[in-house]
Design a protein. Structure first.
Length: 195
């Protein structure tokens, strides 16, 4: 990019938050284009959004666990407790199975470094691979079921883990049977509610 070129207003937020000057590069398809900017090799943006709105940047990275889809964008309204530059990393671990993690940073270079360095943590528990989505939030899959575990902090008792079993079924009978799986305790007996 030379000094006489005008920066697309959609990229102005990047320089405003300490990042490089960014411009459009070659087209990937009809609306996605690579971008030019220091440290932004393989990043792209879409020109199909609303004109004048900040444009987000995306990048796909293949690694040992699957494809990571990275995102950088400015918050339109920064949520309480968050920094102005949002980053996200979505790992595709299987067909229709995605692990999401996100964060925010005070400036673009920090957000870029954090999203590119982020690795999705996993653990083997109960014969399943559990993926960390956020601190104290884990997800896994068992067949068509999605299982989540979240640690809940309590002011009146010790922290505890809340779990959910989610899925879809073609009939009420199958849905009821699968829902019972979420009510079983570790000894295999039915849970207290509805038993």
């Amino acid at each position: 990019m030379n000094a006489t070129q005008e920066i697309d207003p959609g990229f102005a937020w990047i320089a405003h938050h300490g990042g490089p000057a960014v411009d459009w590069a070659d087209s990937i398809n009809g609306h996605r284009h690579h971008v030019l900017g220091e440290g932004l090799a393989a990043w792209f943006a879409s020109n199909s959004g609303e004109q004048g709105k900040p444009l987000g940047l995306s990048k796909h990275v293949d690694d040992a666990n699957g494809t990571r889809m990275l995102e950088l964008r400015a918050y339109n309204l920064t949520p309480p407790g968050a920094e102005p530059v949002h980053w996200g990393s979505t790992l595709r671990v299987g067909e229709g199975r995605y692990v999401r993690a996100s964060g925010s940073a005070a400036d673009f270079p920090t957000a870029l470094a954090e999203v590119e360095a982020h690795r999705h943590e996993s653990r083997q528990l109960a014969g399943l691979t559990w993926w960390c989505e956020a601190q104290y939030q884990w997800i896994t899959w068992l067949g068509a079921l999605s299982l989540r575990a979240t640690q809940i902090a309590s002011s009146t008792k010790d922290p505890y883990w809340h779990f959910e079993v989610r899925g879809e079924a073609p009939t009420l009978e199958e849905a009821a049977l699968l829902a019972v799986l979420g009510r079983l305790n570790i000894n295999g007996a039915g849970g207290a509610q509805g038993a």
